[in-house]
Each structure stands twice: as C-alpha cells, then as structure tokens.
Design a protein around this ligand. Sequence first.
Ligand SMILES: [Mg+2]
Length: 242
Amino acid sequence: MSVSAASGSGARARRLRGLLFDKDGTLFGFQATWGGWAADLLERLAEGESGVRDDLAARIRLDLDARLFDPGSPIVAGTVDEAVALMLPALPGWEFGALRARVIDESRAIVPVEAVPLAPLLSRLGQAGYALGVATNDAEEAARAQLAGLGLGETFPFLAGADSGHGAKPGPGQCLAFAAEAALAPDEVAMIGDSTHDLHAGRAAGMVCVAVLTGTATADDLAPHADAVLPDIGHLPDWLGL
Ligand SMILES: [Mg+2]
C-alpha cells in the first residue's frame, strides 16, 4: 500500500466515530521530542562517568552525538518499565523503582514537539463528532502532564498509559477500554500510530488501523499492518472525508 493509495475516504473511514491516538511519534514527533531529552538524561544519570553514559546509550540504542534514537530502538514503542529494565544493569547504584520514578519525573517536564499543530486539528475532529482518546505505552501521569503543558489537558476524555490497568500495546486492552468508554463498536474506531505495536493493538481489538510516518518507522515497515498510511495526522480530515 502506498501513501497516496491511502488518501480519500473509503467506506471504512466513513463509518468511523472514534479516533484513538498513540502519543509519541503520532501526536508528538518522536525524535524531536525524545532524542535530545534522552541524551541529557543519560548525561545526568551517568554523573560524569562517560563509560556509564556510553553503556546506557548503547543499551537504549541512542546516538549521543546526533541526539537521535536508532529506528530499531526498543524505546521507540516500548513502555517505561522496558526502558528502565534496559538501563538498570548499567547503573549498579540504582534499584528498579527509584530509576522508574526518576525517569517518569524527568519526562513530566519534557517539551513535546507537536507532529502538526494539534489544537486546531483536534478541535476540528472533536467538532466533527469523533470521540477522541490517547493510548500510550508511556506512564499515564507523564502523558497527562505533557498534554496539559500544551494546553490539551481537556482534549481527550480518554487517556490510557501502560500503567492504567488496561495492559500495554501491542495488546488490545487500551483499545477495547476506549471503545467501551465511548460506547462504540471496535470497528467504529481507528487506532492511529507510528509503530507496529499500535497497529497490532488496533488489529487485535478489531479496529481500523492507520499508520503515520512521524515516528521512526517507514511506510514499508507499517503498510503491511495498516488499512491506511498517512504522512502525519494532519492528513486525517481529508482521509475521513471532512
Ligand atoms: Mg509511538
């Protein structure tokens, strides 16, 4: 499937009533938001020990000079717990819970780089009657703080993190929880994301799956798992036929 083949509103797009968004790489540009933040965090955790810093970077597959993640990094679509488990062996003085709390605390203050201007897009989609939600593998509290910092604290009636009690992607729990809360059938909802985790979660829930290319994955990576591939979420109104 090519990007152009996904444009226009098909029958599946026309019957959609809910839109469930992944956060990082979908609402937020992934590398611009997280690459530099992660490089700075590793510097602080290493406390001046360059060997520790480099070990941490190798473990999470972060290029410290470019301040960019390797597209294959498990961090791209992983949970906070997975990131902490990867880093912990490089930090002998730390235990899991303390490191997890530190990472979440630091991520609360991140300055997200919007993939496209979010407020006008989301207000247009909301006014068109779509139920809006967020399903992220980040921690719920950090996700709420990041969205509130952009003035979007009230935009999503539903927000689930990996720690919200619905499981994490690629499992379907967050997707099914959104459909239930919005009183929609799963096939009336599109799961929109930048990674195969998002598309597998949406597929397992019986949703329409829309891939966007504002993360690190390519159209070739995502197309086999998606009903549509869009350059970014700014193309949703056209695809939905608004
Ligand atoms: Mg993502």
